[in-house]
Design a protein around this ligand. Structure first.
Ligand SMILES: [Zn+2]
Ligand SMILES: [Zn+2]
Length: 257
C-alpha cells in the first residue's frame, strides 16, 4: 500500500504567524500528517493550515500524535484540546509533555522505550534520542522511525543537530524509504548549531545515510524546519539542496512512497 507524508508546516520558531502579511511567502511551525491517521507534532499553526487550505476533514482520522518535544513550535496544548474534542487521542510523549496536558479529556499517554520497536495502532514506532536541548533538562527530545504494516520506514529527525551517537547506531540497522532532516540555520554557524543543522551538516548526513545504506536506493531525503532569518527564499533553498539530492519541503508538500 502506498504511504504518504504531508507537511503541514516547515518553519522554525522564528516564523511568527502574527507577522504574516497578505501575499507573503510563509512557513508554519513544523508538523506532518502521515497516512491520514498519524500526526507528528501538534503546534499552534495546524488549524491555520486547515482553515487556509479549506480541508476541514484532513485530520478527522487522526488517533495518534507523536510529539518530538515540547518546544512551543511543536506542542501546543490548545491545539491538542481541539483535536481531542471529537475523539480519543493516543499521545506519544514523555512525562513532562504530558504534565502540560493536565485537564484535557480524551488524551491517553503512550510512553515508548528508546531503540525498541513498539506497536502503536497499526504502526511499529521506534523512539530515538535527539541531539536537541529542551529547556536544559534531560535529553527529552525524540526522533522517530515509523514502520508501516507493509514494512515501509520513515525517519523523522526534527529538531536536531546531526545524529546523537546511539541514535546513529540504531538508525544504521534500518533501511528507510524516507528521511526527514532538520535544516534550520542555512550556511551560518549560528549558536543554534548545537541544536540544529546547517547546510554543510545536512550534506554530510545525506552522504552518510547513503554510504551506510540507511537510505534505500530509491529513497528520498527531505529537509524541513527552516529558519525565516537564516535560510534564503524557498526557490533558492530548493535549488541549494537539490544539488545534494535533498528535497526542500514547503507547507502543503506531500510525498507518496
Ligand atoms: Zn522547532
Ligand atoms: Zn525545538
Amino acid at each position: 500500500m502506498e504511504s504518504k507524508i504531508l507537511f503541514l508546516g516547515t518553519g522554525a520558531s522564528d516564523w511568527l504567524i502574527e507577522k504574516r502579511l497578505p501575499g507573503m511567502y510563509f512557513r508554519r511551525y513544523t508538523a506532518a500528517l502521515f497516512d491520514d491517521d498519524l500526526l507528528i507534532d501538534c503546534g499552534p499553526h495546524i488549524f491555520d493550515y486547515i482553515e487556509k487550505n479549506k480541508c476541514e476533514d484532513l485530520l478527522s482520522n487522526v488517533d495518534t500524535i507523536l510529539v518530538t518535544h515540547r518546544h512551543e513550535d511543536h506542542f501546543d496544548p490548545a491545539t491538542l484540546r481541539r483535536l481531542a474534542e471529537s475523539r480519543v487521542i493516543k499521545l506519544v510523549c514523555d512525562d513532562r509533555t504530558f504534565a502540560l496536558v493536565k485537564d484535557i479529556k480524551n488524551v491517553v499517554q503512550v510512553k515508548l522505550p528508546l531503540f525498541e520497536k513498539a506497536k502503536v495502532g497499526k504502526y511499529e514506532i521506534i523512539a530515538l534520542p535527539a541531539n536537541h536541548d529542551v529547556y536544559g533538562l534531560d535529553n527529552d527530545a525524540r526522533h522517530y522511525i515509523i514502520i508501516t504494516p507493509d514494512g515501509k520506514e520513515l525517519y523523522y529527525g526534527l529538531d536536531g543537530s546531526g545524529f546523537e551517537p546511539s541514535e546513529w547506531e540504531c538508525l544504521k540497522q534500518h533501511r528507510c524509504d524516507v528521511l526527514v532532516f532538520d535544516c534550520t540555520i542555512g550556511h551560518t554557524k549560528d549558536e543554534r548549531i548545537l541544536q540544529h543543522n546547517n547546510v554543510a551538516m545536512l550534506r554530510q548526513m545525506a552522504e552518510d545515510v547513503k554510504s551506510e545504506g540507511v537510505l534505500k536506493t530509491d529513497g528520498k531525503i527531505i529537509a524541513s524546519h527552516f529558519s525565516r532569518k537564516l535560510m534564503p527564499s524557498h526557490p533558492n533553498t530548493k535549488l541549494m539542496l537539490k544539488v545534494y539530492g535533498i528535497i526542500a519541503a514547503y507547507d502543503g508538500f506531500e510525498l507518496k512512497f
